[in-house]
Design a protein around this ligand. Sequence first.
Ligand SMILES: [Zn+2]
Length: 346
Amino acid sequence: MCIVFSLVCSREIPVMGKKNATRENKEKWEKFYDSVPELKYLSPNVRYEIRVKRIIDSRFDNFSEEKYQALYKQISDDIGYYLGYNVSLKDVGSEDIIHFFRKQRKVFKQPWFQYMIGQHFLHLDRDEDRRRLHKTIEKAVTDTPWEILKLYITDKEIKNKDIPAITEYFYSRFLTKYSAIGNIKGNVKYILRQGEYELTQHYTYWSAALYATSEADLFITNSIIAGADDQMPLYVINRGGITSGITENNLHNKFQGAIVLTLMPFISGDSYFNSARGNIYDSLLLPVISMMAVHEFGHLLHRYDEYYDLPATPQNAPVDLKYQDWYQHIIDGKMYSGPIRTLKKY
Ligand SMILES: [Zn+2]
């Protein structure tokens, strides 16, 4: 018999916290991750079909059918041009975002994903998780060379090697942006991070879903990924938790990986984005989003690692939300053709 609202039989997306990150679950996570096969080489001499599924949050702006079709065309052309792979995008339908995530609840309840989500998801209304956020930022600052850190710092008073001052700088910037992002409005009265929707906007939940899905290779959502976790790299911290796209291991498809690409950071007319991102010219909107897709497909097809400081190439993650400047820099510069590190697992 079912106990109503329990983790076992609720139909809602299960909420995972530190209590789920037990030592037992951690061991299961490590075993699970070890068992994920290493990424194999994908020959560019084969034509690949990419199954693409749209995951829709109907509270927020979305593309028309024509725009989606034009985006698919742009992405497949750009993957050919920038990555040297011949691909076609095949639409396999669309689904409401809450429906999609509820459907994954068995996945989220696997002990290894309970650990992964419970360990990394930071609930910033809790003091303990705010302290963990501070530690996460301190670690990111300590691990990042000054040549890269200074790209993100506008305060000229802050000096190299002053780790505490740099940490405070990013910590307070993160909290300001994080709370501004939480107030981003959709159609009518909706804001981000309401109830169950918050979970659909979190890196860790998407990550677990991408591991387990057999429905598609590329997910495009008109929502956003914008939360706090203890694995954030500096460029995500700098954006207040926004991740434009994720490439994650996948247990079922031939690519051994799957991607989610988010549209909201590119198309939202909310004042937060108008000021943090600025205006993207209409004529450049699809090329800019497509360039972000090329970045993710560089991870997926070539198994490229993450970069922040290479010369002009889509493999550099954008420093902030100035996507159009990032795009223009790639287009205007002499394309980098040197070596790029690859990954054995995402
Ligand atoms: Zn990346």
